[in-house]
Design a protein around this ligand. Structure first.
Ligand SMILES: [Zn+2]
Length: 392
């Protein structure tokens, strides 16, 4: 018979019950709460005084508990770092998509063990900060062999693996872009299809234009692989409209949006994933989260952890940025970093702690989740659990 575990003495429990929390409303936490874990899932939650008997018991002594963060956008399969580029940027050199090629060279030169160790290091770093679900993209290999090995590692080490062969056009194809697009949508996608939960394209000035993006999205669609897009990061463009047209799970960045883009997102199932760590680390204007939320769009917040434009692995940091810089309420930001991320990955079992959810949660060294935004930069994650097991 399976053992049950009661987590009790919770000063404030955020459940995020998808039945009770609508598209954009802030979660309503329970005071003096408890929940029961059975077989790695939530079996019951409610007031502590009404908690059923269980085989084991943990008393968190008034601390707040939140669902584990769902980081729905990260690039973890790489080698090297670009600290010098960051330093140059902070003293005036603008960010451009071309810096990605520096990481491509280092990644190609690394062996599988080095790449795997880097992913594990970062997933562990994320777990210590409360993240229990991680999406990971390829995009620093840009040859069939290097993209395939990156996708396999992402699939083995993370919760969702995204094929991003169309990150930038590699230098060796600079004069024959069409050949590279054909490689991505043909042989590369054929080799990667069995490991790809998603196909993504960096649809941006300096990366892939609308026609190229369509060719790759059509190829994904033909193979039945869902898509997500890097869209409207560096300027206005066709990315968001394409994401909605192709029923993408998510349009990511959304930094430069027209009224039409906001309307399209609000009327679609496509989640607007905002990555405020990028704007922080590239000293760029933040996306208009308020306009998206007020229009009724689904919003997620993720790290975009990568060695170039944003090398943070911290969802609490991104949550604090969303509140301070994008005028989201702390409740909206908590929802966007948990349930919003789950929606962006089309996962119903994570991002909340309603009955049946995976028992993925973080205990905070604080009486309320509000402290995540109120005390930025402070290590407030007391402990982290995934599938009912302690992982950090
Ligand atoms: Zn990205």
């Amino acid at each position: 018979m399976s053992k049950t575990l009661l987590v009790t003495g919770i000063g404030e429990l955020t459940v995020n019950d998808p039945q009770a929390v609508d598209n954009s409303s802030a979660p309503d936490p329970l005071a003096d709460a408890a929940f029961v874990i059975e077989d790695g899932r939530v079996a019951w939650y409610g007031p502590a005084r009404k908690a059923p008997e269980a085989d084991g018991r943990i008393d968190v002594r008034g601390k707040a508990v939140i669902p584990g963060f769902v980081d729905s956008h990260a690039h973890l399969v790489f080698a090297g770092d670009r600290a010098a580029e960051f330093a140059a940027r902070m003293t005036g050199t603008p960010y451009s998509a071309g810096g990605i090629r520096t990481t491509v060279a280092a990644t190609r030169a690394a062996d599988d063990d080095q790449l795997r160790a880097n992913v594990r290091r970062l997933v562990h770093e994320m777990a210590k900060q409360g993240t229990t679900t991680v999406e990971c993209k390829t995009g620093y290999g840009l040859t069939l062999e290097d993209e395939l090995r990156a996708l396999r590692i992402a699939k083995e080490e993370c919760d969702a693996a995204t094929f991003l062969g169309a990150h930038v056009v590699p230098a060796e194809y600079a004069d024959r872009r069409a050949d590279y697009v054909d490689l991505v949508r043909g042989p590369m996608l054929d080799a990667c299809a069995e490991y790809a939960d998603y196909v993504d394209v960096f649809c941006e000035r300096g990366a892939y234009d609308e026609a190229e993006t369509r060719l790759i999205l059509d190829a994904a669609k033909a193979r039945g692989i869902p898509v997500r897009l890097h869209a409207n990061q560096l300027g206005h463009g066709p990315g968001v409209q394409l994401a909605v047209e192709y029923a993408a799970a998510s349009a990511d960045h959304c930094t430069y949006l027209s009224e039409r883009d906001i309307e399209a997102l609000a009327c679609s199932e496509t989640v607007a994933t905002l990555l405020p760590g990028v704007e922080f680390s590239t000293r760029s204007p933040y996306p208009d989260a308020r306009a998206l939320l007020d229009a009724g769009a689904s919003v997620a917040i993720a790290t975009d952890c990568n060695p170039g434009s944003c090398y943070t692995s911290s969802m609490p940091f991104c949550l604090a940025l969303a509140v301070r810089e994008m005028h989201m309420s702390p409740g909206e930001a908590l929802r966007a970093t948990t349930l919003g991320g789950a929606e962006a990955l089309r996962r119903e079992d994570v991002g909340h702690l309603a009955v049946g959810a995976r028992a993925d949660f973080a205990v905070l060294e604080a009486p309320s989740f509000l402290h995540l935004a109120y005390r930025p930069g402070v290590p407030l994650i007391h402990s982290v659990w995934k599938n009912g097991e302690r992982v950090g």
